[in-house]
Design a protein around this ligand. Structure first.
Ligand SMILES: C[S@@+](CC[C@H](N)C(=O)[O-])C[C@H]1O[C@@H](n2cnc3c(N)ncnc32)[C@H](O)[C@@H]1O
Ligand SMILES: [Zn+2]
Length: 371
């Protein structure tokens, strides 16, 4: 296997040379390395720097880049695992190259996580993390990071696969990235509550082809009950832009107050906060001088996340304008009008075209048509 030395953040690392003519990197090399996930790893490095875990497990290491970056850029003691022996050999080479406090293991991730506790457990599998979340939670003492790249099942494009993996019904909406994020969060919440533990989302975001969660785990029945109290559903009309949300485990049949159609049920999913605003500002303060690869891009996401109100859905501005047959003016004007009326209104981190607001649909429509 031919290797090349690359740099990501402050870390240099050996990775397999990829066929530049291949359309998607994973198919072109025996050990996975995707430079497009640099932002995802940047976020992990900053989260680890802010939470100072005693031990960190990169459960699916591949080249080991995630764990190596956490080890090298934050000084954390790391374990980097992969069940593929060739990947483990490369991980060892990278650990030696960086001289970090790290060990490499070649285990099935679920077996390893069932046996050993780690302060911060990180799951970064191919596609869905669903088969690893249970063992990941059992292994985690305090923090868990979860990446999902199966956005088609999560967001409703592959409905049956989504239901099978997450025991929830997604739907392909104009805010599908948020649906995917909340379905995954809801799944993690239910898996965690079984152990009398709860989740406290620190920084969760959807970007390009992935969803990434960083969760603090809390102990005790109260934490578990508080977690489950944040489960619920989104109810989406298929006849008009109306949408709403409700709490509880059992969906209620609802009819659209605007057009009279039966509302579609999305969930069960997490309807609580997907961020801890204080944690986000601590992260934000760390960005300058952190040496990560995309400080500006991550900074933009953090700033937007801090402004988003705790609402489970958003509206695609252009689709709304089309539905109401108006030519859309600047989004900023609509946001300002809504805020002037006392409503929460913001852009969203996962799309440049969506508005999140607690204003009723008719108010939103009036603001749009008044532009
Ligand atoms: C998406 S890659 C990991 C990427 C890496 N974390 C990064 O940031 O570049 C997934 C890796 O998980 C490994 N893997 C898949 N199933 C596994 C399992 N059950 N236990 C341990 N490793 C597994 C694969 O060999 C592969 O190297
Ligand atoms: Zn309707």
């Amino acid at each position: 296997m031919e290797l090349e030395l690359i740099e990501e953040g402050k870390t240099t690392l050996w990775v397999p040379i990829h066929d530049s003519t291949a359309t998607f990197p994973p198919g072109s090399a025996p050990i996975f390395y995707n430079p497009r996930m640099a932002l995802n790893r940047d976020a992990t490095v900053i989260v680890a720097a802010c939470t100072e875990p005693r031990t960190y497990l990169d459960a699916m290491g591949a080249s080991g880049i995630r764990g190596c970056r956490v080890g090298y850029e934050t000084g954390t003691t790391v374990t980097i695992n992969d069940r593929d022996p060739d990947a483990t050999t490369l991980i060892k080479k990278n650990i030696d190259h960086l001289g970090i406090d790290a060990s490499a293991t070649c285990r099935d991730a679920n077996a390893l996580m069932s046996e050993e506790p780690f302060d911060f457990v990180d799951l970064d599998p191919f596609g869905t993390p669903a088969p690893f979340i249970d063992a990941g939670i059992r292994s985690s003492v305090r923090m868990i990071g979860i990446t999902a790249t199966d956005t088609a099942p999560l967001c409703g494009a592959h409905l049956k696969a989504g239901i099978r993996r997450y025991m929830a019904r997604p739907m392909n909406t104009d805010y599908h990235a948020e649906v995917g994020l909340r379905i995954l969060l809801g799944y993690a919440a239910r898996m965690t509550a079984r152990y009398d533990r709860g989740i406290i989302p620190q920084f969760c975001f959807a970007h390009e082809h992935f969803v990434r969660l960083h969760l603090k785990l809390a102990r005790g029945t109260q934490a578990a009950d508080q977690t489950l109290a944040q489960m619920g559903y989104i109810y989406q009309c298929t006849g008009c832009p109306y949408r709403t949300e409700g709490s509880g485990f059992f969906p209620e049949p609802k009819v659209c107050p605007h057009c009279g159609k039966q509302l579609n049920t999305i969930g069960p999913l997490w309807t609580g906060a997907i961020q801890d605003p204080e944690f986000l500002s601590v992260m934000n303060e760390r960005l300058p001088g952190s040496g990560i690869s995309s400080p500006d891009e991550l900074g933009k996401i953090l700033t937007c996340c801090m402004q988003e109100p705790v609402i489970s859905f958003s509206y695609d501005y252009h689709k709304l304008a089309k539905a109401y047959r108006v030519s859309p003016g600047p989004i900023a004007g609509v946001l300002e009008s809504l805020q002037n009326m006392g409503y929460s209104a913001s852009r969203v981190h996962y799309s440049g075209y969506c508005i999140k607001t607690n204003a009723p649909l008719e108010t939103l429509r009036d603001c749009l048509t008044a532009q």
